[in-house]
Design a protein around this ligand. Structure first.
Ligand code: IMP
Ligand code: MG
Length: 181
């Protein structure tokens, strides 16, 4: 049975099921456990979009860790970002000398992760790596590695599992794509 979501004349269909997502999250959790077992890393979730991904990812991390969040906003609505990023909420803890894993829902242009990296480097962490559930490989422009990737996707707009369209649809268990955008 195909589930379709309709919003503003766009039709979204399932691209990644809950099971596929959980398979990728378990794999990433195992990789992170292997790489960070004795480092007590700080998982740094980027709000709002990563709230479900980080919640599932840290439960697949089988060692000590700490968790904090920052929130960024981009000026722009709907499916297009303006390219300008602002910091809406900073970290709550010191990350000086710590191993930080930034947890993102999706990397699109790469502007947000580039901004975050510059911002947290000022706090002098021991290391910074990036984990993202989704990577728009052809579109993303970053001049540093993205170490942990759930799925590479095309240049298409997706919703669900934390990802929104105008703050809607974040609660969906599957990830949906529109061919109309
Ligand atoms: P970037 O700065 O262009 O890499 O975009 C990153 C942010 O834009 C993500 O954290 C999302 O909040 C949002 N975004 C980018 N692509 C999508 C998408 O396909 N669906 C929903 N949100 C998206
Ligand atoms: Mg968003």
């Amino acid at each position: 049975m195909s589930k379709l979501i309709k919003a503003d004349g766009y039709t979204f269909e399932v691209m990644l099921t809950e099971d596929q997502i959980h398979g990728a999250v378990s794999r990433l959790g195992a990789e992170l456990t292997r790489d960070y077992r004795d480092r007590r890393p700080v998982f740094l979730g980027v709000l709002n979009g990563s709230f479900l991904f980080i919640a599932d990812l840290v439960r697949e991390f089988d060692a000590d860790c700490q968790i904090d969040f920052l929130k960024i906003g981009s000026y722009g609505q709907g499916m297009q970002s303006s390219g300008a990023v602002r910091l809406d909420k900073d970290l709550s803890m010191s990350i000086e000398g710590r191993h930080v894993i930034v947890v993102e829902d999706i990397i699109d242009s790469g502007i947000s992760v580039t901004f975050i990296r510059q911002h947290i480097q000022k706090s002098k962490p021991a290391s910074i790596r990036f984990a993202t559930l989704l990577l728009k490989k052809e579109k993303a422009r970053v001049d540093f590695p993205i170490d942990y990737v759930g799925f590479e996707i095309g240049n298409e707009f997706v919703i669900g599992y934390g990802l929104d369209y105008a703050q809607q649809f974040r609660h969906l268990k599957d990830i949906y794509v529109t061919k109309d955008a």
